[in-house]
Design a protein around this ligand. Structure first.
Ligand SMILES: Nc1ncnc2c1ncn2[C@@H]1O[C@H](COP(=O)(O)OP(=O)(O)OP(=O)(O)O)[C@@H](O)[C@H]1O
Length: 500
């Protein structure tokens, strides 16, 4: 008899608080076999909390869970994984400074141990086989994980999380962290799981993706379940309304099609060679939004890092208003800001307060000549950004590590707004933020252009590039493959051929 449609996980009357924050209020959720069950809601609505409780990362305050027909009290994520329930976290979850194989088999070393000795050779061999099975041959089991990008590390996490025994997989806002190849891989994987009578909980802020991928959808708002929609009921307007509790306009991006800007160059790459990129030239002007698109490994991300002084130049130069960029300090001194895609490792101090993170780039300015940092002044700056970005928190003293993923991204964006930089390097600026805040960020970027600021926007999201940029440079295999000017008739299909 087919297993499809049978209940796999039931969450009943679940409550969870963190101090004064009530993250879940009487949540009830049923996941059935064959479902790719979407979970949507604004940043901080409780999506990660409910799924991480089910997957053994933390406990609930009260409530009941039934998994595979039995009461479910996972002791840890490893225990849950052994019982067939795995979660791919929104944040990076690999161990640095060890091999890919050691990451893949963390906690399973006994499988490769003989006479008390772990056979690294066997572990690497098994890792390579596992990676091959998932179709990610470019990652090697014996390599140190540090040499792999953020996107590749996410692929490693997927290979670690999913086994033949996995019955329920939670994918928490993972697709925006993945390259195109990674996305294709995960879509294939989850469709296969659903077809085999397993189930997936899929969390994403990309409405088109959710509607395309999921066959059922539950909406959360402020820790409450608002409703569940079948595939035929999934209308973007309706979903947005359920998420936010009010009508939200569809106008996201710039409405003008005028690509003009000042002739003044503020950032210039002159025959710059770094990493795998050779003789790279680029000019960013005042009042310009310049897009950099391509696949994740195309080199576009390296250009952003080099612009902010994070890559060592082998040849040529990078200049900001005529001054050489030779490291992060020279970038900051030239009033540049950088929103990294890798927010946990490069953008935020988790064990720092929201206030400390927000004022970090502005400390010199706030301290004044006396080098005295007034708490009152820094709190005012932080509070202004918390309000502007609707950062969901108790107050400005809350540690960033305790914020939801999207709210962390808002802090990462807001700290450069607080400094009032002139030049912004934005790598995936809207990663993980909900539709309302995305809309706000795009308005802010448009306003920056109007204020004659310069923006280098790096993104794999073609609609975002088409919607916002004056000029789009496409990169492929570490070279420029196209240079496209803003036009109202520009479509994704006009660009894709230059990407792949
Ligand atoms: N360890 C913690 N300490 C304090 N508050 C927390 C902690 N973990 C989560 N929260 C709070 O619980 C609420 C729900 O967070 P959760 O991560 O579940 O949201 P989410 O819907 O997954 O959001 P996002 O879309 O941004 O990922 C948020 O207000 C968050 O700040």
């Amino acid at each position: 008899m087919s297993k499809q449609g049978k209940t796999l996980l039931e969450v009943k009357n679940m409550f969870k608080s963190f101090g004064p924050t009530i993250a879940l209020k009487d949540v009830n959720l049923t996941i059935k076999r064959g479902q790719i069950h979407g979970l949507v809601g604004e940043n901080g609505s409780g999506k990660s909390t409910v799924t991480s409780i089910a997957s053994g990362l933390q406990d609930c305050d009260s409530g009941e869970m039934i998994y595979l027909g039995k009461a479910w009290h996972p002791e840890s994520m490893i225990h849950a994984r052994e019982q067939g329930m795995s979660m791919i976290l929104q944040e990076a979850n690999t161990i640095s400074d060890v091999t890919v194989a050691e990451n893949l088999f963390a906690g399973k070393e006994a499988e490769f141990t003989k006479m008390g000795m772990v056979s690294k050779k066997k572990m690497v061999q098994a890792a390579d086989e596992l990676l091959q099975k998932f179709g990610v041959e470019h990652i090697k089991g014996g390599d140190n994980i540090n040499r792999y990008s953020f996107e590749d590390r996410k692929l490693i996490e997927i290979c670690r999380a999913v086994t033949d025994e996995t019955q329920l997989l939670v994918v928490d806002e993972t697709t925006t962290a993945l390259s195109h190849i990674g996305r294709a891989l995960i879509y294939k994987l989850i469709n296969k799981m659903a077809a085999e009578g397993k189930a997936v909980i899929f969390i994403s802020h990309d409405m088109d993706e959710i509607i395309e991928v999921c066959n059922i959808l539950t909406v959360l708002r402020d820790g409450n379940i608002i409703g569940t929609l079948k595939k035929e009921e999934m209308d973007p307007k309706k979903i947005r309304y359920m998420m936010v509790g009010r009508e939200i306009g569809e106008a996201y991006y710039r409405e003008d099609y005028d690509p003009s800007h000042s002739g003044e160059v503020v950032l210039e790459f002159k025959n710059a060679s770094f990493n795998e990129i050779k003789n790279f030239n680029l000019k960013l002007h005042k009042g310009q939004i310049l897009g950099l698109g391509g696949l994740s490994g195309s080199g576009m991300r390296d250009v952003g890092r080099a612009a902010f002084g994070l890559e060592r130049l082998k040849e040529g130069s990078i200049e900001c208003k005529g001054n050489p960029i030779e490291g992060i300090m020279s970038a900051i001194d030239n009033n540049m800001g950088y929103i990294s895609k890798n927010r946990d490792r490069e953008a935020l101090i988790g064990e720092g307060s929201i206030r400390d993170n927000i004022i970090m780039p502005s400390i010199r300015g706030l301290s004044g000549k006396m080098m005295y940092l007034s708490k009152k002044a820094s709190t005012k700056v932080a509070q202004h950004q918390i309000d502007a970005f609707s950062i969901k928190c108790n107050n400005e003293n809350q540690y960033v590590s305790t914020l939801s993923g999207g709210n962390k991204q808002k802090v990462s964006f807001a700290k450069w707004m607080a400094k009032d930089s002139d030049i912004f390097i934005m790598d995936c600026p809207t990663r993980g933020v909900d539709i309302g805040v995305k809309q706000f960020m795009y308005q802010l970027i448009s306003q920056m252009k109007a204020d004659n600021k310069a923006i280098l926007m790096i993104s794999e999201e073609l609609p975002e590039l088409i919607g916002m940029c004056d000029q789009i440079i496409i990169m492929k295999d570490n070279e420029v493959s196209a240079n496209i000017t803003r036009d109202k008739d520009l479509k994704q299909t006009d660009i894709i051929e230059y990407i792949i």
